[in-house]
Unconditional design. Structure first.
Length: 467
């Protein structure tokens, strides 16, 4: 809303935005990044939990006068802030413990000890790319900073990555900077978290874990790259929790380990790989970044028939994710990701390809119109209407084919929205599903661009470490 107001203000038209008092700190961060002074009328508290009488009182006594003042009063002044360090500037010198304390006070850490980003360490990361340090991918929300190659290297060092991860880190930020990904929504109240999925030969070259314990801390590539994403969102994009501001995740979640694809198992059973499903050729190194707003319980399934396993997926995913389906209905996008254990995927693949799996889930995961409408209105959409969504072309006609509130709606809008990744423990009958946050953080992929002499650089780095 504030970004739209800034566009209108630049056209010379005065605006005033309605802000809940709980969003004021985030609004201040956004306004600073936009560089446009914006008037705001404040609603005290959370309107969704106020009675109708209390809501009316607050509007009349607080919000309405604020809106009038915003439209007729003086333009708000932006508060001065300390200048930020220039790119490449040395910001602090001291002992290891002093560095930790300084960075923590400046809100430059995730609360855990960081690797000090010395010039030598940063240069080691830059040695694994041919991109110039000053190259800028995009100016990112919400504080208006440049997503530069140098900033990627600095935060990669701080997160505990190895220098050779640098091409992967660049691809991750390129994906997050894609306008379709909507990185500016990373601080929304559901508190969704990005997850990185890595595919291609680089999984083995950089020692990613795609097997047992793949989402547990312990393997440096998975852990540090997952941490890097959250570090970058804090330090460059400006999504911080109190005593900082910008991140409005109401409860939120911690960073996720980077996932890696078990391509050998996928090919062995005759399935396409996840990267191939995303439109890339076999053998290409690819990263995909996508939002995760919820995760199912572990899904255990047994039997030697495909339907026995996929039916279990449908039941557990339906029970876990139908509550949030209204967000997909409102936007026309909802992308569940299934991490299929290799032993389970092998059973399914004997009978069904991935498209047949998708079709089964599409046909069998359903919610009543009454429940979807109720959930939407409990969240933040009191005007939710399936009929209007169909009229606006967001949903197919079938979603308004009847006025019966108990009619069943398909939770998955299109079968092709379902994503399937083969990974996990090959010695157990377990899978898991991850739910995206509709148009916020949809699956977005980028090819990992390696320098022409990539192998030589790896060898030189290994020799230096051995000395």
């Amino acid at each position: 809303m504030l970004r739209a107001a800034a566009v209108v203000e630049k056209l010379g038209i005065p605006t005033v935005s309605i802000i809940g008092s709980g969003f004021l700190k985030q609004a201040e961060v956004i306004v600073k990044g936009l560089g446009v002074p914006l008037a705001m009328g404040v609603y005290p508290g959370a309107p969704m939990v106020d009675s109708e009488q209390e809501l009316k009182r607050k509007v009349e006594e607080v919000l309405a006068p604020g809106l009038l003042e915003g439209l007729t009063g003086e333009a708000p002044r932006q508060t001065d802030s300390r200048p930020e360090p220039a790119p490449g500037q040395v910001v602090f010198s001291g002992t290891f413990d002093e560095v930790q304390e300084h960075y923590y006070r400046q809100l430059w850490t995730d609360g855990l000890p960081i690797v000090p980003p010395t010039r030598e360490r940063v240069d080691a990361f830059l040695a694994f790319t041919d991109r110039k340090p000053e190259d800028v991918i995009r100016v990112v929300a919400q504080e208006g900073r440049e997503a530069s190659i140098l900033s990627i290297a600095v935060n990669g060092v701080m997160a505990g990555c190895r220098p050779e991860y640098m091409p992967v880190l660049i691809a991750v930020i390129e994906a997050m900077c894609d306008p379709l990904y909507r990185v500016e929504d990373s601080g929304s109240t559901p508190g969704w978290e990005p997850v990185v999925i890595v595919s291609g030969p680089i999984v083995k070259e950089l020692d990613f874990n795609h097997g047992q314990g793949m989402m547990r801390v312990g393997r440096q590539a998975n852990s540090s790259i997952g941490r890097f994403v959250r570090m970058y969102l804090r330090n460059i994009c400006g999504f911080r929790i109190p005593p900082g501001a910008g991140d409005k995740g109401s409860i939120a979640q911690s960073f996720l380990m980077a996932m890696a694809e078990d391509e050998d198992s996928a090919r062995e059973i005759g399935w396409s790989t996840y990267a191939e499903d995303r439109g890339f050729a076999a053998g290409e190194n690819v990263v995909t970044v996508r939002s995760v707003v919820a995760i199912t319980s572990p899904i255990y399934s047994g039997g030697d028939r495909a339907d026995q396993h996929v039916q279990q997926w449908a039941e557990v995913i339906g029970g876990s994710f139908t509550y949030w389906a209204h967000t997909g209905f409102k936007t026309g996008l909802w992308s569940p990701l299934i991490v299929a254990g290799p032993s389970i995927a092998a059973v399914i693949a004997r009978e069904w390809n991935k498209d047949e799996v998708r079709r089964y889930l599409y046909d069998h995961i359903k919610v009543t119109a009454e429940r979807a409408t109720h959930y939407a209105r409990m969240t933040s959409t009191p005007t939710f209407s399936l009929e209007n969504l169909v009229k606006d072309g967001i949903l197919p006609p079938a979603y308004a084919a009847s006025s019966d509130p108990q009619r069943l709606l398909k939770v998955i809008i299109k079968p092709e929205m379902v994503e399937i990744l083969v990974a996990g423990d090959p010695g157990r009958n377990q899978s898991r599903a991850y739910m995206s946050n509709h148009v916020q953080g949809p699956p977005t992929s980028r090819r990992v661009e390696l320098p022409p002499d990539w192998q030589e650089r790896l060898q030189r780095s290994a020799k230096r470490k051995a000395q």
